[in-house]
Design a protein around this ligand. Structure first.
Ligand SMILES: Nc1ncnc2c1ncn2[C@@H]1O[C@H](COP(=O)(O)OP(=O)(O)OP(=O)(O)O)[C@@H](O)[C@H]1O
Ligand SMILES: [Mg+2]
Length: 510
């Protein structure tokens, strides 16, 4: 007898429907075809045990299973349940009526209990698109799938529950998740809040500007000055994610297997901080079974490269294209996968290999040649994409011991949001959303200077010996500073402030 069960596989962050045909005939043997990998092939042993332990039997006949489309590789353990149900239906041990209405997936333990799988959100999205009524999954995955509206999600504990469901022996209620209500209920409580950072007003100001315009930023300061502490708090002042952004981000974390056992939707902007020994593949994604890398896990959030000059140059090089395109493409002989990777970059470094500022009179330990070499490691293409560089000095003791709490992230975020709203309106007709994304054409249109401001910028560029590449960056950052004041025009004081954020372009550095 032939029966069909439906499951799904994902490529990149999107899922594809997989049809599992199970045919049981006279004879003996077990044939599983349709490009299954080893984990799928091994399912046979798990299914055997799970059936036996639930007083069901594995038919001693000729079982042929085809997983279609046959040219797509099926990976992992998530098909155990689909295959088991197919075998049970084809041997008349379970009613097959409902099989065409639901996607059925999950890993089986030997006792028949269901273990969570990854990629549930893309699978549920595809199932809904294909017209399925719902999905049957391990309990721990149910919340994530329930993010899809008008779609029945049954999170079940074990194989015998699945059989009771299919045979209508018991009544199960689908999990309903009110996404809108959930979104409305979040208040801005952050794991890391700027309230905890004493002093550092000027650095906080620079981070507020960076967040407002989506500018990449580099913090330069000696060990212990608080660079890591400050960077970790950047996501807390970025505008809240829209539902769409939250779903996009959750999809990526879902296929990476980070959302198993967790609440459904990722609502806090991600903060990823790969170690400087990270490999190319771990940073940008890829591998034999392609996985999203750190830059995609940071999608809609922040990527923090702590100790930037310690990263291998080749690793930083592979990041260039995705930084520009805001997505990364991985090509294989048979397919191409695209992972989104739109993130804000924040990097940190010590001012010299010995850790101190060169102008720190007591502690000049690195020769200027060493310093040059150190800075050279990060110069070039990556540095070209960083709009603000700022110096971070350690906070003096009396400020550190000050008990008065600093301004909360929530209150900074309100100003950031206002500045972002202006930009959204401004770029309505373009495919960009914030000032950092402006190209030459936009800069010409939206960063017009009057005679006085132009003269000021010219003078500053000459006297500070700023490089040409600093010019556009200064204009963009000035635009954001003006937006924070809701000022239509870029005024002299906006330019003057923006110039301060180009530490590395000044002569004493290089
Ligand atoms: N402004 C500050 N307010 C409160 N605590 C601070 C401040 N600056 C530093 N600290 C304290 O000092 C610790 C060290 O700071 P942090 O690790 O962020 O420094 P860093 O600049 O990243 O140093 P390194 O270069 O060694 O990585 C923080 O965990 C925090 O406890
Ligand atoms: Mg640090």
């Amino acid at each position: 007898m032939l029966e069909k069960v439906y499951a799904a596989a994902f490529l990149g962050v999107d899922a594809t429907l997989i049809t599992i045909e199970v045919n049981i005939d006279k004879g003996i043997g077990y044939h599983l075809v349709g490009l299954p990998d080893n984990a799928v092939k091994e399912s046979n042993f798990r299914i055997h045990a799970a059936l036996k332990n639930n007083q069901l039997h594995f038919p001693g006949k000729k079982i042929t299973i085809n997983m279609a489309p046959a040219d797509m590789r099926k990976e992992g353990t998530a098909y155990d349940l689909s295959l088991a149900v197919g075998i049970l239906a084809a041997s008349n041990q379970v009613n097959s009526q409902k099989l065409k209405e639901y996607i059925i997936m999950g890993e089986l333990s030997l006792d028949g209990s269901l273990q969570p799988l990854k990629g549930v959100l893309p699978i549920a999205i595809e199932a809904k698109k294909q017209g399925f009524k719902g999905i049957i999954l391990p309990t721990k995955n149910a919340k994530e799938a329930a993010l899809i509206d008008d779609f029945e999600v049954y999170g079940l504990e074990n194989l015998s529950d699945v059989i009771d469901f299919l045979d209508d022996n018991k009544k199960f209620t689908p999990l309903i998740f009110d996404t809108q209500k959930y979104l409305n209920e979040i208040d801005d409580k952050f794991s890391f809040d700027f309230m905890d950072v004493k002093g550092q007003e000027s650095v906080k100001r620079a981070l507020e500007i960076a967040a407002s315009g989506g500018h990449n930023i580099l913090l330069i300061g000696p060990p212990g000055s608080g660079k890591t502490m400050l960077a970790k708090r950047l996501p807390s002042i970025l505008p809240s994610m829209s539902l769409n952004e939250a779903i996009e981000t959750t999809k990526i974390h879902s296929v990476a297997g980070n959302t198993k056992n967790k609440e459904g939707l990722i609502l806090e902007r991600p903060f990823r901080s790969p170690h400087h020994t990270v490999s190319d593949v771990a940073l940008v994604g890829g591998g034999q079974y392609p996985q999203p890398g750190e830059i995609s896990l940071a999608h809609n959030g922040v990527l923090f490269l702590d100790e930037l000059p310690e990263f291998k140059r080749s690793v930083l090089e592979v990041m260039r294209q995705p930084l520009e395109d805001r997505e990364v493409t991985i090509s294989r002989a048979k397919f191409t996968i695209t992972y989104p990777s739109s993130f804000m970059l924040i990097a940190s470094m010590n001012p010299s290999p010995s850790g101190d500022f060169m102008n720190d009179q007591n502690k000049i330990q690195s020769s200027s040649l060493e310093v040059k070499k150190y800075l050279n490691k990060i110069s070039g293409p990556l540095l070209d994409r960083i709009d603000l560089h700022i110096e971070v000095n350690p906070v003096p003791f009396d400020k550190l011991s000050n008990e008065i709490p600093a301004e909360t992230s929530k209150s900074i975020k309100l100003r950031v949001q206002k500045a972002r709203d202006l930009q959204t309106k401004r770029f309505d007709e373009y495919n960009i959303h914030y000032n950092a994304q402006m190209d030459v054409k936009h800069i010409k249109k939206y960063c017009k200077l009057n005679q006085d401001t132009k003269a000021l910028l010219k003078k500053a560029m000459e006297s500070l010996n700023l490089s040409a590449r600093a010019y556009d960056r200064i204009l963009k950052v000035s635009r954001t500073i003006a937006d924070l004041e809701a000022s239509q025009n870029i005024e002299s004081h906006h330019i003057a402030e923006a110039i301060q954020y180009r530490s590395l372009d000044r002569e004493h550095w290089v």
